[in-house]
Design a protein around this ligand. Structure first.
Ligand SMILES: [Zn+2]
Length: 91
């Protein structure tokens, strides 16, 4: 974890890549997209509820590598979030 091709990271190395999130203009990184963007709070709440139901907090490690029985429900909630946010072109 840590290196992605999201514009917030790729824009550091590739000329002409707009690093900004189209929703709020913060750098579009994985933590921003999955944890912090204020424009997708409703979708993130569903993901956070899936994590909490398995005793996990919302952080990048738990979202991308949930352990044990949380794996299926968290990945389902993550897929729904990405689809609802129309961000599947970014992954
Ligand atoms: Zn944003």
């Amino acid at each position: 974890m840590g290196t992605t091709l999201l514009p917030g990271g790729a824009g550091n190395y590739v000329l002409g890549v707009d690093r900004a999130c189209p929703g709020c203009q913060e750098p579009l990184t994985a933590p921003h997209m999955l944890l912090h963007c204020p424009n997708h709070k409703a979708q993130r709440d569903h993901l956070e509820a899936a994590l909490h139901s398995h005793g996990l907090v919302l952080n990048l490690s738990n979202v991308l590598d949930p352990k044990g029985g949380a794996r299926g429900p968290v990945f389902s909630a993550l897929a729904k979030k990405l689809l609802d946010c129309q961000r599947t072109d970014k992954i």
